[in-house]
Design a protein around this ligand. Sequence first.
Ligand SMILES: [Zn+2]
Length: 207
Amino acid sequence: MANSFHRGAYLEFRIEKLLRIASCSNGKGVISSEDIQAGDMILFLGGPIFSENEIPFLAEPTNDYFLQIDEDLYLGPSGEVDDYINHSCNPNTGLVFSENRLGMKAIDFIPKGSEITYDYSTTMHGSWGTMTCNCGAPNCRKKIINFIEIPVSIQQRYLELGIVPDYIRHHCTQPIAQRAFSETLRPAISCARGRAMRRSACRLRRP
Ligand SMILES: [Zn+2]
């Protein structure tokens, strides 16, 4: 569904499940305090919406919580539990974009005591650089990159789960073989893009 997010708006945070912030293997993360069934809504992310050129220069990797939500829009921190949700290459939730809300849905059964994670690549498109990943999943991709750069089989799974926003989905309409071929022609993402790298640190683990 097309959304109506716009610069200057504020998304209201809302929680649907019992969650807590706790120390995890890579810093702080969010732990479920109850069993969550696949398909259940866990929370709605909150925070102010900025255009890309409004993201504060002072943002550092350790306190930079900007999440891309459209071609040129980013969601800032809410000050709530959603600021602490970590990336995983084997996530148990995904983001669901609706007209004016951004929900987080379980894509698997999540037992009480498990860390809540999503795949940051599902929202990344455009100016983002890469991040090193240490999520520890057996299928860890070792770096967090734009959605259209991740393996096509993983793209397909996320598309089927309905956790890929329209601003990325419409870049995925080429036949798979054709897209795979064009990706081989694209130059590697440069690591010299300092500001882009910083922005890409959005919702990174806190120390
Ligand atoms: Zn990983």
